[in-house]
Design a binder for this molecule. Structure first.
Ligand code: UDP
Length: 246
């Protein structure tokens, strides 16, 4: 039986705990919800359990499609065992349909189909509001190597293809989503300038990190219901759980 150890890190939606194995950590999913760089805070009852189960299912599905992830095993309703990662401070956004930040930035309507899909890098910084950056910023600031950028782009595109098909079969349009990658093992002494370490997809994939629109009705089944005070927030998360694991 796995012994859960000290708290390593508490984020906005998850807590990471150490285990006896330095290469493995437990990811605990909370009901806490934040939006607009944590200016809006609240609770979505049952969200932690939903996001854990959806993420577990999607990581397994992506592994089968050949995408290396940090997922090891679902431990309980709210806990997942994952490989320890040194998270690269980048957020990858993939967009299939305009919404949210892209619509705001370019002054365009939501709901326009993007072909080809749009790939974006954001610098992971709450204080700065996760600003949009490009490859040159990343290389000049040594946030990741050229090879890592190439691998992340290739894997993200494959994640998009795989998940679009997965959700289409469940009558859901995958509008956009955010991914984070990291290096495993997270033993920092082995991850110096050489930046060795296997690149793995980390974090979570859930209604907190994706936009899901029901096909036909275009009903939003994701965190936009919380961000925009649309009501039926809990029901939307439960509906997505049903579609994914049901
Ligand atoms: N997203 C996320 N974390 C962030 C920012 C965005 O998970 O810190 C997700 C968000 O749920 C959406 C996608 O990434 O599915 C694109 O978000 P966008 O850039 O449009 O930003 P937003 O409108 O949420 O500010």
């Amino acid at each position: 039986m796995l012994k859960v150890g000290e708290k390593l890190y508490e984020g906005k939606a998850k807590i990471l705990y150490a285990t006896e194995d330095p290469n493995l950590v437990v990811q605990y999913f909370k009901d806490d919800a934040t939006a607009f760089n944590a200016q809006k805070r609240g609770t979505i009852l049952g969200k932690g359990a939903v996001n854990n189960q959806i993420s577990a299912r999607l990581f397994q599905w992506l592994e089968q499609a050949g995408i290396p992830t940090h997922f090891v095993q679902q431990l309980s309703e709210r806990e997942m065992l994952v490989k320890r990662l040194q998270i690269i401070p980048l957020e990858v956004t993939m967009r299939n349909i305009t919404a949210g930040g892209m619509s705001r930035m370019l002054g365009i309507d939501e709901g326009l189909v993007l072909e080809p899909p749009v790939f974006e890098w954001h610098y992971k910084s709450d204080a700065l509001g996760d600003p949009l950056i490009n490859d040159d910023h990343i290389l000049a600031l040594a946030l990741a190597t050229a090879q890592e950028l190439e691998t992340i782009r290739r894997l993200s595109s494959k994640v998009n293809d795989t998940l679009k098909t997965y959700f289409a079969a469940r009558r859901i349009d995958l509008v956009d989503f955010k991914l984070e990658f990291g290096r495993h093992p997270a033993d920092s002494s082995r991850l110096g300038a050489g930046r060795q370490g296997q690149l793995l997809l980390g974090d979570e994939i859930s209604p907190d990190t994706c936009r899901f629109w029901e096909q036909g009705t275009k009903k939003k089944l994701d965190k936009d219901r919380f961000r925009r005070d649309l009501g039926d927030v809990e029901a939307a998360y439960q509906e997505m759980l049903k579609r994914v694991v049901g």
